[in-house]
Design a protein around this ligand. Structure first.
Ligand SMILES: NC(=O)c1ccc[n+]([C@@H]2O[C@H](COP(=O)([O-])OP(=O)(O)OC[C@H]3O[C@@H](n4cnc5c(N)ncnc54)[C@H](O)[C@@H]3O)[C@@H](O)[C@H]2O)c1
Length: 299
């Protein structure tokens, strides 16, 4: 069985819907219940509760561990929540995996927040330099995962995601969600900093393809970036979105916020070299698909 922690969230929902479409069996462990069909496959439990999740995970399972407090700014405001859910939660998941002897664990890490500000291309070998509690929590988890893998012969794959966007992300607080809300609700978009800070934006379907490839194949990698290798500044994202959607965005520039990285360019070369993985959805197409979903679901 495939067990997805955090399966009711943005990436989890997209993953579950694709697994449904492929006819692959899975179960979700989450603190909240999704409103979609995934609901019937969800067990409500916190990954911070060892006994509760031990009952839900068994020997033959493949774990996709997505559950986390996933927001950089929230982690600066409330590092305790980040520490408890991300580091202690992941430690619990790992302890259960060791105790029941699971087959494989895939971990949702981050390319940007772990690397911190970096003017070069960030590869899997770039040393971590996090500047937020969130980035530090993911770097800590990666160390725990490596230690459990070596100590208990656990098969572990760390996927370092770029900035993911797409349908089912209305509860998120990132740039693309804020842009969609601002256009649909005709609200001012607050931009923190000068708009030149850059990120790698990957459409969610491309990420899901690589997660499913990792679930269904015996692969050897420990760490892999999942990225387009093309970073875009906030201003480039805004210009492209205005052009593609033929909408004007009301922008208000604010002071930059602590914890947010300024420059980050991820390299997706290793995934391409090892597995021929390349994103299929370019940014223009991804923004259009995302907007169509928001128009149908937010109005
Ligand atoms: N979205 C991105 O751009 C991005 C980028 C890099 C890494 N990631 C990572 O990918 C994963 C999924 O991200 P997302 O964007 O879908 O986030 P999300 O917030 O939409 O989903 C996270 C899910 O985890 C659940 N959760 C949180 N704490 C839990 C706990 N203690 N016990 C059980 N469930 C818990 C939440 O209820 C939520 O449903 C996270 O680990 C995140 O850090 C996301």
């Amino acid at each position: 069985m495939i067990v997805i922690t955090g399966g009711s969230g943005f990436i989890g929902t997209n993953l579950c819907l694709t697994l449904d479409a492929l006819g692959l069996e899975y179960r979700v462990i989450d603190k909240i219940r999704s409103s979609l069909c995934i609901e019937q496959r969800t067990d409500i439990a916190s990954i911070c509760d060892y006994e509760a999740i031990k009952k839900l995970i068994s020997h033959n399972d493949i774990i996709v561990h997505l559950a986390a407090a996933g927001n950089v700014i929230e982690s600066v405001k409330n590092p305790d929540t980040c520490f408890n859910n991300n580091i202690l939660g992941t430690f619990n998941v790992l302890k259960v995996c060791k105790d029941v002897g699971i087959r494989k664990l895939i971990f949702a890490s981050t390319g940007g927040a772990i690397a911190g500000n970096n003017s070069g291309l960030v590869t899997e070998e770039t040393l971590p330099n996090p500047i937020s509690p969130y980035g530090a929590s993911k770097a800590s988890c990666e160390q725990l995962l490596a230690a459990f893998s070596a100590s208990y012969d656990m098969k572990i794959h760390i996927l370092r995601f770029a900035n993911i966007y797409g349908p089912y992300s209305a509860h998120k607080k990132g740039l693309i969600t804020s842009i969609m809300r601002s256009i649909i609700n005709n609200e001012e978009l607050l931009i923190y900093g000068d708009g030149n800070s850059s990120r790698d934006y990957l459409y969610v379907d491309d990420l899901i393809r690589l997660i499913i490839f990792t679930i269904t194949n015996e692969l050897e990698f420990n760490k892999l970036n999942v990225a387009t290798s093309k970073s875009l500044s906030i201003n480039q994202v805004l210009d492209t979105t205005e052009l593609i959607l033929q909408k004007k965005i009301k922008k208000k520039y604010m002071m930059k916020r602590n914890g947010e990285i300024y420059i980050n360019s991820l390299s997706g070369d290793l995934a391409k070299t090892l597995y021929g993985f390349q994103p299929k959805i370019d940014f223009q197409t991804g923004i259009l698909k995302t907007f169509q979903w928001y128009e149908e679901n937010l109005r």
